[in-house]
Design a protein around this ligand. Structure first.
Ligand code: C5P
Length: 219
């Protein structure tokens, strides 16, 4: 069973995907974390995020992997846990530039397809239903207004004690969506056969249940 969950930034994809994976004992694959890990490596090594060749070389040189634990998973860069570092603002603000390059995508998509072969998976990203797993058994496209998405992220930051500016978050989310939607290779777009769910006025639990129902219908 392959479940693809796509949608714009901060639409709740990863929280919902994690819940589903936990309930069904599927493997959760966070493809955004892979682009983020490569972006972190680029920033640490002063690789220009506009330099496609250098980024492709870097993607070849580094190891990005997941370590699965009872309560979730860690993202590893060359064996080091970078789960927190990849969520920092600097990475968030550069990741869409890294992810727009075809050579970078080819590399990470090959890894994602390989990971998906192994078991029942729920994979979230931007191009899972359209490009990474076009034959997925279920494709979901989650959307929510920019205001709602920024507010959710703002609340999350405040709860974690991270400094947060709502207006800035809105601008950052809009910019990321724009680069992700306008890139040439595998842009952010709903697959024709994806089920669209507007999560603006839904809770995480509501969305999780809706998708679990859809999975049951497929089976
Ligand atoms: O999902 P998350 O917000 O962590 O993704 C970070 C960035 O990685 C996205 O804004 C996008 O630029 C890129 N990405 C992508 N394709 C995916 C997943 C993420 O281009 N399948």
């Amino acid at each position: 069973m392959k479940v693809a969950i796509d949608g714009p930034a901060a639409a709740g994809k990863s929280t919902v995907a994690k819940n589903i994976a936990k309930q069904l004992s599927y493997v959760y694959i966070d493809t955004g974390a892979m682009y983020r890990a490569l972006t972190l490596a680029a920033r640490r090594q002063n690789v220009n995020v506009q330099d496609e060749q250098a980024l492709a070389q870097l993607a070849n040189d580094v190891t990005i992997s997941f370590r699965y634990r009872e309560e979730g998973q860690d993202v590893l860069l060359n064996g080091d846990d970078v789960s927190h570092a990849i969520r920092e603002t600097d990475v968030t603000n550069h990741v869409s530039d890294v992810a727009k390059h075809p050579l970078v995508r080819q590399h990470l998509v090959a890894m994602q397809r390989e990971l998906a072969e192994e078991s029942n998976v729920v994979m979230d990203g931007r191009d899972i239903g359209t490009y990474v797993l076009p034959k997925a058994d279920l494709k979901v496209f989650l959307i929510a207004s920019v205001e709602e998405r920024a507010e959710r992220r703002h609340k999350e930051n405040q709860e974690k004690g991270i400094e947060s500016d709502l207006e800035q978050l809105k601008q950052d989310i809009k910019r990321r969506d724009q680069i992700d939607s306008e890139r040439e290779m595998a842009p952010l777009i709903k697959a024709d056969d994806a089920v669209e769910i507007d999560t603006t006025s839904l809770s995480i639990a509501d969305v999780t249940h809706k998708i679990l129902d859809l999975i049951r219908d497929v089976n």
